[in-house]
Design a protein around this ligand. Structure first.
Ligand code: 3PG
Ligand code: MN
Ligand code: MN
Length: 505
């Protein structure tokens, strides 16, 4: 019996019994056609023919800023907000906005989460912050971290340690020095007000701590050893030292990939390991890349790697990262509750769904698509098919698993067992994030070939399809001056853009 609020009338035009294919081209924006637009420079005959062959059925829509529930139109779109919005068919006030509101109206410092954390430092525990250190606004923002640090000091906290993950993915490569410098200044200021604040450890976000979808637990283990145990191959007396010296040793090092480091006193002892009685706050408001570290802190039974010791700490997320797992159980700001998602409607009306992507985007077409819910909405009506991603630098193999995704989804379409097939091709975004223009062109071509396979299959079945994207990325691979001209370094080389864009899709 269909729950009444989810009852769907038969569609006036679209016939039942014909499959519907939805394809998300991750990171595929509609942007100025110049030499740094990898889509434009690649051979994408299929997408091109769709755009030019049926102009009445092609349009752009906004995928950034307030149109997808982000604080301002300066905020680039991202997979979380894009898949949330598309999956639910509505605009949801996203994590970044909810944190900003709570900081503005003060409810951040009166909530259950804050009071739960406060008990620890009131009893002499250290307050640790872990998270992405940048103002990219995709996973976190530095101004929110600073506000929490000052808030803690104002609420009697006497010892703060910060464990920083450098970015270079949502913000320009090389900018980590600037963010660490800002943080050091705030720590100095807090110390002058009697709160012993210091940076204690860190590493690059793609190599330390911020793995997602269990693509590579080693990333999380490196972070655990540095943040909790104070154990890392690199020890320095300051985080700034760490970044500058590690970069001198390896000039090609990208902010995303700094090795783990620990800040130590002159005698070599770590300045801030995580001990019983401490409290740990994860400052990321976005879930996917902090689910695994949250499990490591929260779960007594944990076997993804050897933790060596499991400190009895209070662990809080900025948000609750998984509403079904209730992970973490404690958090500062309640997550956006997304009800009435398309999956709930379609399952309530017996629509059989096949969702597929490779690991790097698997949670996007399931967890984020279903309104931040892990697991299936209906076991009997849904199949979620994950194709393992390689653990490589994706510009080394830009075709990634596009062909395998296309093959699996084609089989699902031709099988007649599914009414609705949903896929995400990761290439445009994951290779776009490497900043490698040539590889990103190859990535776009692999996606185009995958789309061709799928629209042939859905046409063979007499079905219909929608091709869309969640935000821009590979549509612009160059950092720009205000004039729109590419930014060049002293040798005239264009500064690559690794982040998303503000382009419509
Ligand atoms: O997490 C990442 O890889 C980037 O910060 C955002 O990329 P996505 O929103 O496309 O996943
Ligand atoms: Mn994306
Ligand atoms: Mn991305």
């Amino acid at each position: 019996m269909v729950a009444s609020e989810y009852q769907l009338e038969a569609h006036p035009v679209i016939p039942k019994g014909k499959p519907f294919l939805l394809v998300v081209l991750d990171g595929w924006g509609e942007n100025k056609e110049d030499e740094f637009n990898a889509i434009y420079k690649a051979e994408c005959p299929t997408i091109k023919s769709l755009k030019e062959g049926a102009p009445r059925r092609w349009r752009t829509i906004k995928a950034h800023g307030t149109a997808v529930g982000l604080p301002s139109d300066a905020d680039m779109g991202n997979s979380e907000v894009g898949h949330n919005a598309m999956g639910a068919g509505k605009i949801i006030q996203q994590g970044a906005s909810l944190v900003d509101n709570a900081l503005e109206d003060g409810s951040m410092f009166t909530g259950a989460g804050w009071n739960f954390a406060k008990e620890s430092w009131a009893n002499g525990g250290t307050l640790h912050f872990i998270g992405l250190l940048s103002d990219g606004g995709v996973h976190s923002r530095t101004d929110q971290l600073f506000a929490l640090m000052y808030g803690a000091s104002d609420h009697g906290c006497k010892r703060i340690r910060v464990h920083v993950l450098t970015d270079g993915r949502d913000v320009p490569d090389g900018s980590s020095i600037k963010y660490v410098g800002q943080l050091e200044k705030e720590c100095e200021n807090l110390r002058s007000h009697g709160c012993d604040a210091k940076i204690a450890s860190g590493g690059g976000r793609m190599y330390v701590t911020m793995d997602r979808y269990e693509a590579d637990w080693n990333i999380v283990e490196r972070g655990w050893r540095a943040h909790v145990l104070g154990d890392a191959p690199n020890k320095f007396e300051s985080a700034l030292d760490a970044l500058t010296k590690l970069k001198e040793e390896n000039p090609k090092l990208n902010d995303q990939f700094y090795p783990p480091f620990v800040v130590v006193e002159k005698d070599g002892s770590p300045v801030g390991t995580i001990e019983d009685g401490d409290v740990v706050v994860n400052i990321n408001f976005r879930a996917d890349r902090v689910i695994q570290i949250s499990k490591a802190f929260e779960y007594e039974n944990f076997d993804a790697f050897d933790r060596v010791r499991w400190p009895k700490v209070k662990y809080l997320g900025m948000m609750q990262y998984d509403g079904d797992l209730k992970l973490p159980s404690n958090y500062l700001i309640a997550p956006p509750l997304i009800e009435g998602t398309s999956g709930q409607y379609l399952c309530a009306n017996g629509v059989r769904t096949f969702a597929c992507s490779e690991t790097q985007k698997f949670g996007h077409v399931t967890f984020f698509w279903n309104g931040n819910r892990s697991g299936k909405i209906s076991d009997e009506l849904e199949v979620y098919h994950e194709i393992p991603s390689d653990n490589i630098q994706f510009n080394e193999a830009p075709h990634m698993k596009a062909a395998e995704i296309a093959k699996a989804a084609r089989e699902a379409l031709l099988s007649g067992k599914f009414d609705y097939v949903r896929v995400n091709f990761a290439n445009g975004d994951m290779v776009g994030h490497t900043g490698d223009l040539e590889a990103t062109k190859r990535a776009c071509e692999a996606v185009d070939q995958g789309v061709k396979v799928l629209i042939d299959a859905v046409e063979q079945m007499g079905g219909i399809y929608l091709i869309t994207a969640d935000h821009g990325n590979c549509d612009d691979m160059a950092q720009r001056k205000k004039t729109g001209e590419p930014l060049r370094d002293e040798t005239g080389k264009v500064a690559p853009l690794t982040s998303h864009t503000l382009a419509p899709v």
